[in-house]
Design a binder for this molecule. Structure first.
Ligand SMILES: [Zn+2]
Length: 363
């Protein structure tokens, strides 16, 4: 019997060891991509690892991705390892392979952050950087409240007042959009999309071309946490309803599929998400991406932890008692302690993977 909670890890280093071990045991072909721009908190080298299963020329490819938002990799890695440990690779249908992408943002995973080594949110970084960036007027209005000079009861109260005033004027969901919709003006802020393609961006594009170039159909599940009811996995369509792949995603996941543009998701509308790379790099394949978003705590608690972590890295002291407290809070908000949440994560992941495989093989 596989212990599902034991598939999850308390650190990036532990997750990487477990993943590579489970992938090797399952007979996967493992490749490792070193991030040359950053190290972990203990000086460790940081890798994105991939494990591939099935025939080299499999027309159908399942792709499971963890850690787009760093710390959320505790969840995605656990689900990937549970898939390996429960024999997922052996149960792949005919003509179907799998590519498991572990820790696409190893820096954020290792440092318990959502962002990468450039303070960039990968799910806002896949825009066309040669074009004008999307505007976020709301963020400009609250940027100073997002990153105060100090992290004190007074500064937190001042931020709460500024957010409440914004919400009163524009609505609570508009406030969430202003904060989390993405911005390209404040490199020291949160949900920053960057000014160029990040290492993870360039690397996943190379992986897509090299590993999926022969596939006809590609079904992607990208693992996230932090929005929605505790332990529930919301299946968020990663493309707008106008996209070619939207009806296919709807056929695969049915009414479970939500859409930020359609107003049925807990997520703000965002552009430049990581999974956009796949249809761009694989123009001849049918790519069907979905993000699975597991709920943890309330939106104010989760966004509060993100703001605190940003303040800590911009203006605080990681080694201080406050630094340790904020890091512990950040981890809990994106990776709740205890077995129940982890068991819920895997149950929903297993179900979703089943739907993706059914969709892939229906053709
Ligand atoms: Zn996320």
């Amino acid at each position: 019997m596989v212990s599902i909670p034991a598939c999850f890890s308390e650190s990036y280093a532990e997750a990487r060891t477990k993943f590579c071990g489970a992938a090797a045991t399952a007979g996967g072909a493992i490749r490792s991509w070193l991030n040359p721009h950053a190290r972990g908190p203990n000086g460790e080298r940081l890798f994105l690892d991939t494990a591939r299963f099935g025939p080299d020329d499999a027309p159908n490819m399942l792709v499971l991705i963890s850690s787009t938002h760093g710390v959320e990799g505790h969840c995605g890695s656990g689900a990937q390892i549970a898939w390996l440990a429960t024999g997922g690779a052996d149960k792949l249908p005919k003509d179907t392979g799998a590519l498991v992408v572990h820790a696409i943002n190893p820096y954020g995973f290792a440092w318990t952050r959502r962002v990468n080594e450039d303070n960039v949110d990968l799910n806002r970084n896949f825009v066309d950087h040669d074009k004008a960036y999307p505007k976020n007027e709301g963020y400009l209005a609250i940027a100073n409240a997002v990153l105060p000079q100090a992290w004190t009861e007074e500064s937190k109260a001042a931020t709460d007042r500024a957010f409440a005033a914004y919400a009163q004027k524009h609505g609570a969901f508009a406030l969430q959009g202003a904060i989390s919709g993405g911005q390209y003006t404040h490199p020291d802020g949160i949900f920053f999309g960057g000014t160029r393609p990040t290492w993870s961006n360039r690397t996943i594009r190379a992986i897509a071309r090299e590993e999926l170039g022969r596939a006809r159909r590609v079904g992607i599940i990208d693992f996230h946490t932090g929005l929605g009811p505790f332990g529930h996995g919301e299946l968020i369509c990663a493309v707008p309803p106008s996209a070619k792949s939207f009806p296919r995603a709807k056929a695969w996941y049915g009414e479970e599929l939500t859409s930020p543009e359609g107003g049925t998701s807990t997520s703000a509308i965002v552009v430049g998400v990581m999974t956009d790379a796949f249809p761009q790099e694989l123009p001849d394949a049918e790519v069907t991406p979905v993000a699975i978003e597991y709920g943890t705590y309330s939106v104010p608690e989760v966004l509060g932890a993100v703001r605190a972590d940003n303040w800590l890295h911009q203006r605080g002291d990681l080694a201080s008692p406050l630094g340790h407290d904020l890091k512990a809070d950040m981890k809990e908000r994106f990776f709740p302690a205890g077995d129940k949440w982890r068991e819920m994560v895997w149950t929903r992941a297993d179900q979703t993977i089943g739907w993706a495989l059914a969709g892939l093989t229906r053709g």
